[in-house]
Write a protein that binds this ligand. Structure first.
Ligand SMILES: Nc1ncnc2c1ncn2[C@@H]1O[C@H](COP(=O)(O)OP(=O)(O)OP(=O)(O)O)[C@@H](O)[C@H]1O
Ligand SMILES: Nc1nc2c(ncn2[C@@H]2O[C@H](COP(=O)(O)O)[C@@H](O)[C@H]2O)c(=O)[nH]1
Length: 193
């Protein structure tokens, strides 16, 4: 039998749409590991180095070997080749949380191995509320909402419209149903894109 193709679910969308929540669910429910990426942004309360991110400073950030890296709302973020390899050693199906620019790069570089999942919400005002409830500092929320990246990530990039799955994550129980359907179709090999 042919080896099953290794795949990465690239979870993307605007801040607060629930990307990390979805990746945590996939890990808990389906043992799908998340690729841990690198960032220069400060930790939020409760975040742990090596679990949520590899937290870097401006110098150590450049010590890694990135498949792609971006600037997002004033900080740097990058996903390493080693991170992808480490996750693929654990499982054939893994996930990663990226901004839309990173998602486009993953789609270009990995082709069919990258399953793009774009998250949206019905009303963007809900995003501000979610960030506040998550405990983000008000100043951080304001500067993030003003950033070009925030505005850009509200819309699925043209290059991904044909292949991306889209889930509107307003009601968490409905999102779970959609995620369960997605994982079943990927595992059964009935997925089309
Ligand atoms: N369907 C939902 N209904 C209500 N709250 C939600 C829902 N999904 C996620 N949340 C909450 O919204 C907040 C933001 O979610 P999360 O951190 O997963 O977003 P994100 O897209 O990863 O954000 P960022 O890009 O800023 O890291 C969290 O507090 C999370 O618990
Ligand atoms: N292109 C990449 N985007 C990344 C990476 N790691 C995280 N992210 C995205 O950055 C923003 C901000 O994240 P936050 O944790 O500060 O809220 C968000 O869209 C993440 O998905 C990466 O390595 N490359």
């Amino acid at each position: 039998m042919e080896d099953e193709m290794k795949r990465v679910i690239v979870i993307t969308g605007a801040t607060g749409t629930g990307k990390t929540t979805v990746s945590t669910y996939l890990k808990k429910q389906y043992q799908i590991p998340r690729i841990i990426t690198h960032t220069t942004r400060p930790k939020r309360p409760g975040e742990r180095d090596g679990v949520d991110y590899y937290f870097e400073d401006a110098t150590t950030f450049d010590h890694n070997h990135y498949l792609e890296d971006v600037a997002y709302a004033g900080y740097r973020y990058g996903s390493s080749y080693e991170g992808l390899e480490r996750a693929f050693q654990k499982a054939d199906l893994v996930s990663i949380v990226l901004d839309t620019k990173g998602a486009e790069t993953y789609a270009e570089r990995l082709g069919e191995q990258a399953v793009i999942l774009f998250l949206t919400v019905g009303k963007t005002t809900v995003l501000h509320e979610r960030l506040k409830e998550r405990g983000d500092q008000i100043e951080m929320i304001k500067s993030r909402i003003k950033s070009d990246e925030y505005e850009r990530d509200l819309t699925l990039p043209d290059s991904l419209t044909k292949t991306a799955r889209v889930i509107q994550n307003d009601d968490w129980s409905q999102t779970q149903v959609r995620l369960d359907q997605l994982i079943n179709s990927l595992r059964l090999g009935t997925s089309t894109a």
